[in-house]
Design a protein around this ligand. Structure first.
Ligand SMILES: [Zn+2]
Ligand SMILES: [Zn+2]
Length: 451
């Protein structure tokens, strides 16, 4: 699956596998290239959205990119309403931001343009969806895989809410603008891509243990995305055109799998669960959480170490009493989740994942399945890098890789590693370890080994 272009337009990957899952073809024009912001109006005009547009940005990105787009639109006869989300602090995608955009949109608005990265795209995505208007995204940083997503992670009060929304019909990534993004956004993008290793491993594991369907083409896309970034660490660090292009291509290829199979299974598993746990707990305490991709990158280091210890186990040593001791009642599980996630988030998790409680019969089935399939598991997951290799990548990139580096204390680290598996019913190696009764033991080893 080579990435191909027609000019600066990315040719969407052709999905031909017969995995049995439905594969959608995204209706999306993606442009990646140096200096292409100058052609943004031509790209947009090809879609005939109309001439009345709301441009959403913030005060910094207005100077960097949105002002340029605004004047080009005006020169081409568009009526532009500017919605500049001015903030002292980093923008939070919350009810206030949504309200400001909503008030900039009226009946005559034909479409919206988000000029920004994660948060600006997400708030625009949600308002466009709710007002049933198309939107365009002019990405300003290769910081996350959400440009092609259909979920808007938003904040209400200090709770995280994931709302269904739409994807941009046109996505424009100017490599010159992206190369000038703050370095921590590049690190975040790298972390978000690297996490796909864990998503892939957990998905294959779900297939082995629970016959969960997998899509080989989606796995090929995310594998290619990771490889692009891993092969270009020096280039990313030096912000060369090749480095920035491989990073944004990796993020877009991975993100496209969400549109192709309609859920985030190919791109997010327990590394995202851990990152979300840290983020939610920080928000509950009124503290600023680390950015998404940076958390995912750090969580990936711990998850890789977890896999490493898990795969080293000798199945003949698996002990049925240990597994039984890990089998708790529904009432106990409910109490733990509410305690560790807080009453409100805990209740939402329990409501959204009703099938996640295992009785002993099902746990025993999984215990047997893992025990008798360890060789196959080791073979299929042999692609995983070692902890040392992943740490080296972060060091070469000059990126944080310890929880403490990103202001996650020991308690948050430990709780994230133990309880992220309960965040959703999606199968992960942390669930496998819990079903075998070895979760705590492996976590202790992971925490001691990563310093
Ligand atoms: Zn992510
Ligand atoms: Zn498939």
């Amino acid at each position: 699956m080579e990435v191909k272009y027609e000019g600066s337009k990315l040719i969407l990957p052709e999905i031909t596998c017969n995995c049995g899952m439905h594969h959608a073809k995204p209706d999306m024009d993606i442009y990646i290239g140096k200096g292409i912001i100058a052609q943004s109006v031509d790209f947009i005009a090809q879609r005939d959205f109309g001439k009345n547009v709301v441009v959403v940005t913030d005060q910094t990105l207005y100077q960097i990119a949105a002002k340029n787009v605004e004047s080009r639109l005006q020169a081409a006869g568009y009526q532009v309403t500017l919605c500049c989300l001015e903030r002292e602090m980093p923008l939070i995608p919350d009810e206030r931001a949504l309200g400001e955009i909503l008030l900039a949109v009226d009946n005559d608005t034909d479409f919206l343009i988000a000029v920004g990265s994660g948060s600006i795209t997400d708030v625009t995505r949600y308002v466009a969806h709710r007002t049933q208007k198309p939107f365009v995204c002019i990405g300003t940083a290769p910081s996350m895989d959400g440009y092609t997503s259909v979920i808007a992670p938003l904040t209400l009060g200090n709770l995280k809410v994931n709302k269904p929304a739409g994807y941009p019909k046109v996505l424009i990534c100017d490599l010159e603008i992206m190369a000038d993004a703050p370095y921590k956004m590049l690190i975040a993008g790298f972390g978000d891509v690297l996490g796909k290793h864990i998503a892939k491993a957990d998905w294959l594991l779900g297939n082995i243990i629970n016959d969960e369907p997998v899509c080989p083409d989606c796995i090929a896309l995310t594998s290619q995305a990771v490889q692009k970034c891993v092969d270009n660490i020096e280039e990313i660090k030096n912000r060369t055109e090749q480095g920035i292009q491989s990073l944004i291509e990796g993020l877009i290829l991975a993100g496209l799998t969400i549109l192709i199979i309609g859920n985030t299974r190919p791109v997010a598993s327990n590394e995202h669960g851990i990152a979300h746990y840290w983020e939610m707990m920080k928000l509950l305490k009124g503290e600023e959480p680390p950015s998404h991709g940076i958390s995912v990158g750090v969580a990936t280091v711990y998850a890789v170490a977890f896999f490493e210890y898990f795969l080293q186990q000798d199945p003949s040593a698996f002990n049925i009493e240990c597994a039984q001791a890990a089998c708790i009642s529904k009432a106990e599980r409910t109490a733990i989740i509410k305690e560790k996630y807080g009453e409100k988030i805990g209740a939402a998790i329990l409501r959204d994942n009703p099938s996640d409680f295992l009785d002993w019969e099902e746990q025993y089935r999984r215990f047997q399945k893992i025990t008798t399939n360890m060789d196959r598991i080791r073979n299929e997951l042999a692609f995983l890098p070692t902890t040392r290799q992943v740490k080296d990548m972060f060091v070469r990139l000059g990126a944080p890789y310890l929880a403490g580096d990103i202001d996650i204390n020991d308690e948050l680290l430990l709780n994230g590693l133990i309880y992220a598996k309960d965040y959703r019913s999606r199968y992960t190696v942390f669930k496998s370890a819990n079903e075998l009764g070895v979760l705590q033991d492996i976590i202790n080893r992971v925490i001691h080994s990563i310093k």
